[in-house]
Design a protein around this ligand. Structure first.
Ligand code: PRP
Ligand code: ZN
Length: 283
């Protein structure tokens, strides 16, 4: 049994649950108790506050965890990043009142900065030779300048709307972050095997993510022209249609490529083009 620590609520919760579901892990209870075993895979999910995930994995309370990289780096716990998950992307930035004139980092010399990430901030300031007063607060960091508690903030920025509504502007990006899968470095062989299987499934979901399965009907005489514009994973599948002189072409391609080649396909005589989502893909 592999125990996975995940965020009980907040920015990673929904994407994490979706990833586990797509990896075919069905949780046996709809209600969110602290610990829920899966019905069809040897894992159990432990719901925690995101702050507690790095330590729970490092100490072995959980075997692996899904957490924001920002949280993991801040806590400096002895766990390993085994996979970057590509969702919940954000950045950790310094922001100041929007009407302030800003040239460079020296603005922060001797200022008071509110944050929930004192570790990352102090090493950044130290590296850049800035002496500032770090004021640690755990929530609603963005209101600190407005109420006179600090001159600036260092916090997560995603869409940027929190900054705008608090009349702040982002002036320095200190770190880019996304969800990561972390693991305890001393897993048993049995647990490592389950983790391998989990990673295999996550990879299959990720590979499929921006790929589409496309089908189209093509006059057989134009096949060569159509095939020359299809990038495909391997060579496409070609099947004769019941109507003589026509073939059906199937292939897999990246969604962004589709928009590049759609007109070429049409001018090569392709008709009835269907684009389907791929749920999983194993290479
Ligand atoms: C973070 C951060 C901001 C907000 C930024 O909070 O503290 O409040 O997200 O996102 P935006 O740029 O899209 O507006 P989070 O949602 O993680 O909640 P928390 O601060 O309560 O942990
Ligand atoms: Zn937070």
């Amino acid at each position: 049994m592999l125990r996975i620590a995940v965020q009980a609520k907040g920015r990673l919760f929904e994407d994490t649950m979706e990833l586990l579901a797509e990896a075919g892990i069905k949780l046996s209870s709809a209600k969110r108790t602290l610990l829920i075993p899966a019905r069809n895979f040897p894992v159990e999910v432990l719901f925690l506050r995101d702050d507690d995930i790095p330590d729970s994995v490092a100490s072995g309370v959980a075997d692996v965890g899904i957490v924001g990289e920002n949280e993991f780096v801040e806590k400096e716990k002895a766990a390993e990043v085994v996979k970057r998950l590509g969702f919940s992307k954000c950045r950790l930035s310094l922001a100041i009142p929007k009407d302030e004139d800003y040239q460079n980092l020296n603005w922060f010399q001797g200022r008071k900065i509110a944050t929930s990430y004192p570790g990352i901030l102090s090493s950044f300031l130290k590296k850049n030779g800035i002496k500032a007063d770090i004021h640690v607060i755990t929530g609603s960091v963005e209101i600190a300048p407005g109420i006179g508690l600090a001159d600036a903030i260092f916090d997560i920025v995603s869409s940027g709307s929190t900054l705008v509504s608090n009349r702040l502007k982002e002036v320095e990006i200190v770190m880019e972050s996304e969800a990561v899968l972390i693991a305890n470095p001393r897993l048993s062989t049995e647990k490592k095997e389950i983790l391998e299987e989990l990673l295999f499934r996550i990879n299959a979901v990720q590979i499929a993510e921006d790929k589409k399965y496309i089908l189209m009907n093509v006059p057989t005489d134009n096949l060569e022209q159509v095939l020359s514009v299809l990038p495909g994973m391997k060579s496409p599948t070609i099947m004769p249609l019941a109507t003589p002189g026509w073939s059906s072409v199937h292939t897999v391609l990246e969604e962004k490529r589709f928009w590049e080649i759609i007109n070429k396909l049409k001018s090569a005589g392709a008709e009835g083009i269907l684009v389907l989502n791929i749920e999983k893909m194993v290479l």
